[in-house]
Design a binder for this molecule. Structure first.
Ligand SMILES: [Zn+2]
Length: 168
């Protein structure tokens, strides 16, 4: 560690101090002296703080993205399950019974959710903090909406397929 020496302004005794130290006591006359921060050191401190802040912002953003993806998975799971249940209800029950109609209502709900779900998900995209790398940002593009709709349709078809396989 680099030790800096200075002369005590009161008794002219030599005082040693370490970098980063902001106050020092003279060993000869016991007077406490303030040490001015080195401009380079101050700049380094600021840069470090800025970096730490950016790092915290990035971690926070990535966590929010993770919970956004969880919302997406929940939506797809619900679409899958509702389609399967709707298939059972409409296959098992004869037409115009309460359960059959409930199954048809579920079919309608799933159809609506294929478009409403992605729109809802898009509105839940967390805002990206400033100074974050471009490739980490999730942008609510048209392509993303198309992808989400495609995933929803896939979930519906898989639910239908599962229903058919299980019902046989
Ligand atoms: Zn002194």
């Amino acid at each position: 560690m680099e030790i800096t020496a200075m002369k005590c302004p009161k008794c002219a005794g030599s005082i040693n101090y370490l970098p980063g130290q902001r106050a020092v006591k003279c060993p000869y006359c016991d007077s406490v002296l303030d040490i001015k921060a080195d401009p380079a050191e101050t700049a380094l401190d600021l840069a470090q703080k800025k970096y730490q802040n950016a790092d915290a912002a990035r971690v926070g953003y990535l966590n929010k993205l993770r919970s956004w993806k969880t919302k997406g998975r929940i939506l797809l799971t619900v679409q899958f399950a509702l389609t399967m249940i709707a298939y059972f209800l409409t296959e098992i029950n004869s037409k115009d019974t309460g359960l059959y109609n409930f199954g048809m209502m579920l079919v309608l709900a799933v159809f609506v959710s294929i478009f409403a779900g992605p729109i809802w998900l898009k509105s839940k995209i967390p805002p990206a903090p400033q100074n974050i790398e471009e490739q980490l940002k999730l942008k609510g593009t048209v392509l993303l909406t198309i992808k989400l709709v495609a995933f929803s349709i896939l979930a519906m078809f898989l639910g239908l397929l599962a229903g058919i396989i299980l019902y046989r």
